[in-house]
Design a protein around this ligand. Sequence first.
Ligand SMILES: [Zn+2]
Length: 284
Amino acid sequence: MKKLLLIFTIGLFTALLLFGCNNIDPNASPQMITESPTMSLPTATPEQTPEVTPPPVEPTETPVPPPPTPTPAPPVPLINKIKMTAEQRAGKVAYITIDDGPSRNTPALLAMLRGKNVKVTFFVLGRNAEAHPQYIKDIAADGHVIGNHSYSHVYKQIYASPDTLREEIVHTNNVIKNILGQDYQVTLFRFPGGLKQSDPAYVQVVTDLGMDFYAWNIDPKDSGGSKSTTEALVAKFNSQLGSMKHPVILMHDAANKDTSVQALAVMIDQLRAKGYSFDVITRP
Ligand SMILES: [Zn+2]
């Protein structure tokens, strides 16, 4: 009897294989499934469903990260912050900037610039402006532009926090206004040492005060403790100038920097011979 049943089962299997699952009578399939353990696949479906449900959760989580990544606005290139005519943009214009003054060298600088008929941008220190108010008046009277370069130039003090930077800038603006009149607007700032000008919190301080900051693209290195010779300064200047159309040159006005005045006079002559004109920095 058992043998007969076995033969019958094998016979049924063979029939199943020959006709194929799809051709089987839907009424007959439940019988087959219960008999053969290998065919009891449908029972696995309830288990598969919970496994399938988690994946849809993951895709919804993946698109979430992109929105919270806020890309900060890229910094505006130095040259784009300077107001230029179409002719200036197409041509060659040198922007001389003189930091850290006024000092006992300011009269010599002003006389040299007057002789060459060149206007520049002075980034002055509040404490030096307080010490030499007449030089601030002379700079303005000669038609140069006065920008703010902090009050103390002491990095630890200025950059202790964005608030201390704000205090230094406001203090210096007030010193300049007290000398030149309350209507005098100081809108340019230069970060001492060029520090923190890539730090959004410090840049925001400048922006909030209605000002903009200006770096440089040529540094003849007259700011060091030891005095460089005129020739060394001019050589460093030329090595950086190359074919630059809009050089923003960093020079210094300090008591011990008389070679800066002489070097600047040579640079101006050379620039003029190469077809450069000169202008002050003006915000667009
Ligand atoms: Zn400086």
